[in-house]
Design a protein around this ligand. Structure first.
Ligand code: AMP
Length: 283
């Protein structure tokens, strides 16, 4: 496994691999790897000759009062985990390497699917995500890129981006990896206090509860949401949002049909957690 920090070095490696006729599987990450990331790497490993991951905490996708500075980082630990999972190349650029000027001269502006969920509670977040992922796609030029369902809005927007800009690659969606008690794995889980960590599985339980209401015939979005909100009442954090939408269009719905997403974000003291549940309603 090799680790490179410049775009030039990454390009040289990738050109060599492409000339040898190999396919490239790519997993963009912000590092502090956990089993969610590893599952994406393993999926890429199964399908491709050469696996690249990027580790880059992208300042463009963090708001002014968010946790960019506090985001967990540990490159030595990540290198070992990546090596064990079968990564061939880590692209680990600095902020200056990715953004040589303080303000980037242009950015992608996402205009669809951002008026809900993390798009509405983190204004500009998905412009930052789309811009960095587009840059990474240009640098790595992968055959396929692997993303987690955990960030369901992100992957829906990136699929849209690839279609809109005719980027020649396929996006593969991988299921959310969870702790035994149901909590979705996340780099930010290390910032949960003991009592918060004990409580946090109730987020996924609430999503499962909402899904079970739908499965047993409940079709009224606001009633379902109210019941779900009630099950979060008394929690140690604060609800950022709880929504039921069509997926992947992310359109609001009063009539539940087709594929839908139940999604929530929840603020604990030092960590904002997101999770979702996607289901198909067969009439
Ligand atoms: P991050 O480092 O949090 O930006 O995540 C990098 C990639 O890993 C994204 O595609 C995420 O959706 C994915 N990911 C993060 N957590 C999980 C998880 N628990 N299960 C599956 N994929 C995940």
């Amino acid at each position: 496994m090799k680790i490179v920090t410049t775009i030039k070095e990454a390009r040289t490696e990738i050109e060599r691999v492409k000339q040898e006729g190999h396919t490239i599987g790519f997993v963009p990450t912000m590092g502090y790897l956990h089993e969610g990331h590893i599952s994406l790497i393993k999926e890429a490993r199964k399908k491709h000759d050469f696996v690249v991951i990027s580790i880059f905490v992208n300042p463009l996708q963090f708001g002014p009062n968010e946790d960019f500075d506090r985001y967990p980082r540990n490159i030595e630990r990540d290198e070992q985990l990546a090596k064990d999972a079968g990564v061939d190349l880590i692209f680990y650029p600095s902020v200056a390497e990715m953004y040589p000027t303080e303000t980037p001269p242009m950015m992608i502006h996402v205009s669809k699917g951002v008026d809900v969920l993390c798009g509405s509670s983190r204004p500009g977040h998905f412009d930052g995500v789309a811009t960095v992922v587009m840059k990474l796609f240009q640098i790595v030029q992968p055959t396929e890129s692997f993303f987690g369902q955990k960030d369901a809005q992100q992957v829906a927007i990136l699929i849209n981006m690839v279609e809109t800009f005719n980027v020649p690659l396929k996006i593969v969606i991988c299921p959310t990896v969870r702790e035994k008690d149901g909590l979705a794995k996340s780099s930010r889980n290390v910032y949960l206090q003991k009592e918060e960590r004990e409580e946090a599985p109730f987020l996924y339980k609430t999503l499962e509860y909402g899904a079970s209401l739908i499965r047993t015939g409940d079709r009224n979005t606001s009633t379902i949401k109210n019941k779900m909100l009630a099950s979060l009442e008394g929690g140690k954090g604060q609800i950022d949002y709880l929504e039921i939408l069509h997926y992947p269009s992310l359109e609001k719905t009063n009539e539940l049909s087709g594929q839908i997403i139940l999604a929530l974000a929840y603020h604990y003291k030092h960590a904002r957690l997101i999770d979702n549940y996607i289901m198909r309603i067969e009439e």
